[in-house]
Design a protein. Structure first.
Length: 339
């Protein structure tokens, strides 16, 4: 398949987080002939039942690994294309990136390049389960090229993430007699309002830290005083989280309980000759790898501004550019690793 057809084939496989099995099997089937033809190895690293990372390697030493994630956010919708873009869930985040990496690998192998690998992981959109699993079994890779939509510019930094749950409890009562109850929803609303007033840090490279209230749930019925309510919040970190956590705890004190679910630190990354650079606000799998797969670089086709939307797409010209960029990066980093 060419990179456009491969992108559409990948998009049309629903792989919402937790359901990556079919996408992984497709990639394995695609890679199997390349492994047989060029003498590599192919492996599925089980993360949990029916969820596995896919890893392939060519050459005796692993200098560079091209990696991205197979999972997408909901809702799933199939691919379509016009003269300029390919559309569909995962088009830029990250089915188009997988297609570009697979195509780059084919071209590199045909040209005689070895000592590189491919690693496609599960779970990035939720908890980086696949990257954490891969970090436990490193293969000696010196460099990691992580794919996310950066407009084909090399990211010099990315924000981290702090995900928390805010849970409030109360006492049920008939809504005609609110004085007999204690509304958990009212407590939660007050806690969330206080959270929104917290001054958050600003970094000279990464910019401002931001807070998003992503979900709210609770209560029993309109005529019942709510005895429970909860919300999920996510803060984009730009530095050390200590002061931010302390401020969050003070804001909800006496109103709700604050439960930390996940923290991913902010990152500073390196440049590479010949590539334009940018800074991104989103979080990636790179912190979960913990350096186990080598010095990281972050780059990929598409715009994060349309990822996670119903307008998600990837420009065709950027897919073609990405294939060449990944090939050039592998060659450059393999030369660096051999010195």
């Amino acid at each position: 398949m060419d990179v456009f057809a491969l992108t559409r084939a990948l998009i049309d496989i629903e792989s919402i987080t937790g359901n990556e099995l079919a996408a992984g099997n497709f990639i394995c089937d695609y890679l199997s002939p390349l492994v047989q033809r060029y003498g590599g190895c192919l492996e599925q690293m089980e993360v949990e039942p029916k969820r596995s990372n896919v890893f392939a390697q060519w050459g005796d030493e692993l200098a560079v690994t091209l990696s991205t994630h197979m999972d997408t956010v909901p809702p799933f919708f199939e691919s379509r294309e016009d003269e300029t873009n390919i559309y569909g869930r995962g088009a830029c985040d990250t089915k188009g990136i997988i297609a570009a990496m697979l195509t780059a690998a084919e071209n590199l192998l045909a040209a005689g390049q070895r000592n590189f690998g491919l690693l496609f992981v599960v779970g990035e959109e939720r908890n980086s389960a696949g990257a954490y699993r891969a970090a436990k079994t490193p293969r000696g890779s010196r460099f990691l090229i992580n794919g996310e939509p950066t407009g084909n510019k090399l990211a010099l930094g990315s924000k981290g993430a702090l995900r928390c749950e805010v849970a409030a409890t109360g006492k049920m009562a008939h809504s005609a007699y609110p004085e007999l109850g204690d509304s958990a929803i009212h407590k939660l609303i007050d806690a969330l309002a206080a959270l929104r007033r917290i001054p958050l840090p600003v970094d000279t490279l990464l910019g401002p830290s931001t807070l998003n209230i992503g979900t709210i749930s609770g209560g029993r019925a309109p005529n019942v005083i709510a005895d429970e309510a909860r919300a999920e919040i996510l803060i984009r970190l730009v530095g050390d989280s200590t002061e931010t956590k302390q401020a969050l705890a003070r804001a909800v004190e006496g109103r709700a309980e604050l439960l930390e679910i996940l923290e991913i630190p902010a990152l500073r990354l390196c440049a590479l000759d010949g590539l334009d650079t940018t800074v991104v606000a989103f979080t990636t799998d790179i912190p979960a790898f913990g350096g186990a797969w080598g010095e990281p670089f972050l780059i990929g086709p598409g715009s994060i501004h349309v990822a996670h939307t119903l307008q998600e797409c990837v420009p065709k010209n950027q897919l073609i550019q990405a294939v060449q960029i990944y090939q050039d990066m592998v060659k450059q980093l393999c030369r660096r690793a051999s010195k």
